[in-house]
Design a protein around this ligand. Sequence first.
Ligand SMILES: [Zn+2]
Ligand SMILES: [Zn+2]
Length: 417
Amino acid sequence: MKVRKVRGTRDILPDKIRKWQYIEKIAREILENFGFQEIRTPLFEETPLFSRSIGEATDIVAKEMYTFKDRKGRSLTLRPEGTAPIVRAYLENRLPTPAKLYYLGPFYRYERPQAGRYREFYQIGAETIGSDSPASDAEIISLTMTLLKKLGLKDLILQLNGAGCRKCQPDYKEALKNYFRKKLNSLCDDCKRRYRKNPLRILDCKSKGCQKYIAQAPAISNYLCEKCKATLEEVKKYLDILKIEYTINPRLVRGLDYYTRTAFEITSRELGAQNAIAAGGRYDDLIEDLGGPSTPAVGVALGTDRLILALEREGVRLPVEEGIDVYLASLGTRASKKGFALVQRLREKNLKVEGSLSSKSLKSQLRLANKLGARYVLILGEEELTKKKAILKEMATGKQKKILLNKIVEEISRKVG
Ligand SMILES: [Zn+2]
Ligand SMILES: [Zn+2]
């Protein structure tokens, strides 16, 4: 039996990993600049954490979670998103408020795999817990735009909307029910279920048959209460201060139940409207729903896989470092022992160094140095050892010179560093 990877998962191989590492490095820098601190939560949690917070009527809870029983019969779920675990950790560890937290890592949803969509996917996210200021919403949006622009994306569209709250959402849900009641027979089976459980979720439906009715459905913007309207207006003002362009999409509601007031999505023209690169919003009731005191919060999650796809489609070349600094080629037993020690000393100088661990011909060692993208090759043979010298060859120019063994580390550090 040949074991293969599970459908919807993939191996991120060494030839791609530099890109990932670069994106994660820039993300960490920007998140820290914005005052966020990293938090790592478990990959699995008790199932009710997700079913209660994301909502029973959402696609995620209804059909996309990896839920299983452990050996004691407890129902556990691989995390399908990052916000609920962070709220759980915030409450359980009594973190100080306001808490500005960020995370990077894998998440799990049973979805149909397609370009930029995997069953194990990666997200970068940030949450500000304990601030009801619309400036926090704008800060979260600004942080996301800063990151995407820093990575080189240009064709970005920021869509913004008010998602309503406990006070005004019931009126809007009623309006949706009235509207869809007569069309119920034409809707897909999922939407019939959504109609009963939470008509808001009909707006997430991707099926063509439902889409034409959704396009004509009442917009939430006409049902927002005064506080929701005021929040949206303030967020817009803060975005204007930062000169961040946005469009208001009156039908934008995010596919999770916990969003309140602000909802936003960032898409790229290259990937199309169905494939948001980043999305988020306020969730002012979630912390209370999960057993904590009433605490406002706002957050964003960015899909790393889609981000990489957008970068590829826009033809952005990331400035990733390739190759190594030095390859040490040695000939003969004595030289190879000496070389082994030298490699270690060079590595201690924070250089990327590789050396031959087997006695291959000089030709094949040089071929390997080339393949590894070495900037310099240090050649150590019996003859050189006797003269206490080694040959240093610059690969780009082919120039070579002899240097004293006791000067090697200093000389190479100077050249490469
Ligand atoms: Zn409201
Ligand atoms: Zn539908």
